[in-house]
Every structure is written in C-alpha cells, then in structure tokens.
Unconditional design. Sequence first.
Length: 115
Amino acid sequence: MTKFLVLLMLSIAIFSHAGEDLRDPTRPKVMVNKPGTSVADPSAPFSDIRLSAIIYNQDRQYAIINQQPRKVGDSWESYTLISMTADSVTLSRNNVEKTFDIYNINVKQDIANAF
C-alpha cells in the first residue's frame, strides 16, 4: 500500500509539471525593464561603443569599433581614438578618456601548450 501511495504521489507531481511552458535553455534571457528605467543611458559617455577586435602588428594597427575599422587619430561622432595597444584602446570624448580592453590570447602559444 505504501509503494502504491508513493507511486501515486510521484505520478501526480510529474504530470502537474507537464502542463507548464518549458523554456528553451539555449534561448537568450529576456530582460524586462520597469517603466521609467533603461538598460543603458544613451546620453552617458561611451555607452554606445562596441570594441570587437584589435589588429596590432608592425604593419597595421587598427581596432574594429562599432563595426568600423579605426586607427589612432581617427575621430567620429565626437569620439577620438587617442591610443592603442595589442589588447586595449583609449577613446576621448568631451575631454573624458576611457580605455576599453579586449580579451587577448596568443593562439600559437596556446596551441603549442595544448599537447
């Protein structure tokens, strides 16, 4: 009798969850803002900057910022790229400077150490 009750309770628990909407675990989370709030303040300096890549070698030094190639000295939309290293860029806007870092790996070194 006890086994029957345990089995009955388990089946009720399982089937009670069957009616719920299941969320795809690979789907990105949706952020919901409360009225009057925002995720990023568009008036804040540097809030619209997206650093995608830095190409830094003897022949060429440029960064991909907001999907556009930029080099030191370039100016756009009140931004100026003032300095660059292999893993960071520094921008200036309205006399305010900010450095953006990018994750930098040495592929040859990492591959050599992998085996």
